[in-house]
Design a binder for this molecule. Structure first.
Ligand SMILES: Cc1cc2nc3c(=O)[nH]c(=O)nc-3n(C[C@H](O)[C@H](O)[C@H](O)COP(=O)(O)OP(=O)(O)OC[C@H]3O[C@@H](n4cnc5c(N)ncnc54)[C@H](O)[C@@H]3O)c2cc1C
Length: 550
């Protein structure tokens, strides 16, 4: 813990303080003066030269101190990099002398002063985790742990590393107080309560983002160099490389930065992490890395369509906003397949899950859990869940695991006493009232098994997320995006390509300046490393297109 404090609240060297003074401006503040308030969108960054400032969290019933920042130390956490709503109020505890930098000044200083850049990134990441761990910062979600809608909100917040306060109506006496205070009825739950009187009953994810101050604002006539659709590994890699090479990049994701990889309990085959790395850690680091180079990443932000207007590509969002850009990277990955069994929709988020993260593991602690699928993602989920669940059943349609799962996972699963593998089986029925309570499974001989479980995890493959590209770029028979040499001649036999005077680049779609990378691309290797490689590579084609646009 002592080491964490040193990383979270480092003291900068005299040399770095001097260098920051030259890049910012000095400011004197009086005791009690507020530098920025919770909920305020700000990218301002303060370094204490003399005196002390504090970060406090609270509401009308009182505030409590989250941190104190003394001489040589600085303010901020992850939201400072993206100029999103501040999670705490920052004020002077005594008369103080500070250095103030605006958002651009901070990013520039991080680029130019590597020690400062490293200290800031490490501190911001740790402070965000500390704020999450308190469970007392951010929007309050009041709801039942059995409610799919409440699960969806918590899942969104968890996947995006957004601190929130969970108030369970089943167990937490504060729930009643909050509902009574806001005159909410049980039918209004889940309810979200933000700062400055913001709240929403039965909120959507977009309402939650609004309440938490995450919603991005767009300028009508702005032309980006690159709009990336999808913030999975491919989209994040492209964002990091594009922003670090000076391109003006906006990355939009409908749900969460990290994509599928963000839901992986442990990625063991990604280069450079011999002990493995959790998907959450890998993608959080990538988001902060992209933001420190100036990339904008916005969630939740559903892209509805792609079009052309003059020389620009137009990316239209679900709310009608039109983003104008020179290039687009299609990095929208794949969507999980569902089971074709009656009552499936009744239990999505109420017992049926597509990811096995800490949150889901907690839900099935000491209980029986069922995982469906024969691939590596199913295997990883089994290994992860077996640590929390009493018993894990793995249901596989095929006759063995060898054809679809890596050897190391098969060996690990075989060595686990609380895992049972059921080959040649499939789910035939779901039971429960408002929440999954049991499933029925049958094998090829018609023998039936009933498992009492409140947690069914599906890892049964996925389909390309290309609905938003309707008739805009060429797709293969399965709906994946065709690029480069895989494009049929007729897809490029048109005036636009004649004007371009060149063949499509390796990752270019049938529309010049529109690229595709990662799982969504036809013929790609469906792996994190491949997606990262393609996302990074696409940026060199973006540069080439911008130099000779068509
Ligand atoms: C549980 C699990 C474990 C895995 N483990 C491993 C592993 O150990 N090693 C490994 O190499 N690979 C692993 N994989 C596979 C790996 O995660 C994928 O290959 C990789 O994430 C693909 O990255 P991507 O960026 O192409 O797409 P994705 O990760 O699918 O990301 C696509 C993103 O696009 C967004 N999106 C889609 N449509 C839209 C739209 N219209 N508007 C806005 N946003 C949109 C989605 O919300 C998503 O965030 C695992 C996958 C899963 C599911």
């Amino acid at each position: 813990m002592a080491i964490d404090q040193e990383v979270a609240f480092p003291t900068l060297s005299t040399h770095d303080l001097h260098a920051l003074s030259e890049r910012g401006h000095e400011r004197r503040v009086r005791a009690g003066e507020v530098l920025y308030a919770v909920g305020e969108t700000t990218a301002r960054f303060f370094v204490v030269l003399e005196g002390e400032i504090e970060a406090v969290n609270g509401d009308e019933s009182g505030t409590h101190r989250v941190a104190t920042i003394g001489p040589g130390q600085f303010t901020g956490e992850v939201s400072t990099l993206s100029a999103r709503a501040a999670l705490v109020t920052v004020r002077a505890t005594c008369d103080s002398r500070l250095i103030e930098l605006d958002g651009h000044g901070l990013l520039r200083a991080m680029d130019e002063l590597p020690d400062v850049g490293e200290a800031v990134v490490r501190a911001f990441l740790l402070r965000r985790q500390m704020l999450i761990d308190t469970g007392k910062v951010g929007v309050q979600i009041v709801g039942s742990r059995f409610s799919p809608a409440a699960h969806q909100l918590r899942d969104f917040a968890t996947r995006n590393l957004i601190p929130y306060q969970w108030v369970d109506v089943e167990t937490d006496p504060e729930a009643e107080i909050l509902l009574r205070r806001g005159k909410f009825s049980p039918a209004d739950t889940p309810v979200i309560i933000g700062k400055a009187g913001r709240y929403a009953k039965n909120p959507t994810i977009a309402d939650f983002a609004q309440c938490a101050g995450l919603t991005a604002t767009f300028t009508d006539d702005h032309v980006y160099d690159l709009v990336v659709v999808g913030a999975g590994p491919a989209g994040l890699a492209a964002s990091v490389y594009a922003a670090s090479e000076g391109l003006d990049v906006m990355t939009a994701d409908q749900l969460a930065a990290g994509g599928q990889a963000g839901t992986s309990a442990r990625i063991e085959n990604y280069l450079g992490f011999p002990a493995g790395i959790s998907g959450k850690e890998l993608t959080t680091n990538a988001v902060v890395q992209a933001q420190r180079f100036g990339a904008q990443i916005t969630v939740p932000c559903v892209v509805r369509s792609l079009g052309l207007e003059g020389g620009d590509r137009i990316v239209t969002l679900a709310d009608g906003t039109r983003l104008r850009t020179r290039c687009v990277l299609v990095a929208s990955g794949v969507a999980y397949r569902k089971l074709d069994v009656p009552r499936f929709r009744d239990f999505e988020g109420a017992g049926i899950y597509y990811a096995a993260t800490e949150m889901e593991a907690r839900l099935c602690r000491g209980e029986e859990a069922v995982v469906v699928g024969g691939g590596n993602s199913a295997g990883q989920a089994v290994v992860f869940l077996a640590r929390a669940a009493r018993q894990v059943h793995l249901l596989v349609r095929g006759p063995d695991l060898e054809a679809s799962m890596s050897r190391y996972l098969i060996d690990r699963i075989k060595a686990m006493e609380n895992v049972t593998v059921h080959l040649r089986t499939q789910v035939t029925a779901l039971e429960g009232n408002g929440r999954l309570s049991a499933i029925r499974v049958s094998d090829r001989s018609g023998r039936e098994l009933r498992v009492e479980t409140g947690a069914l995890f599906l890892f049964i493959g996925a389909d390309a997320n290309t609905g938003w590209l309707r008739n805009c770029v060429a797709l293969d028979k399965k709906g994946f995006v065709l690029t480069g040499l895989a494009l049929p001649p007729e897809a490029t036999d048109n005036e636009r390509w004649r004007l371009a005077g060149r063949a499509p680049f390796l990752l270019e779609t049938s529309l010049p300046g529109v690229f595709a990378a990662g799982d969504v691309r036809s013929g790609s290797i469906k792996r994190v490393a491949a997606a990262v490689g393609e996302g990074s590579q696409s940026v060199s084609f973006v540069h080439a297109h911008i130099q000779r646009p068509v």
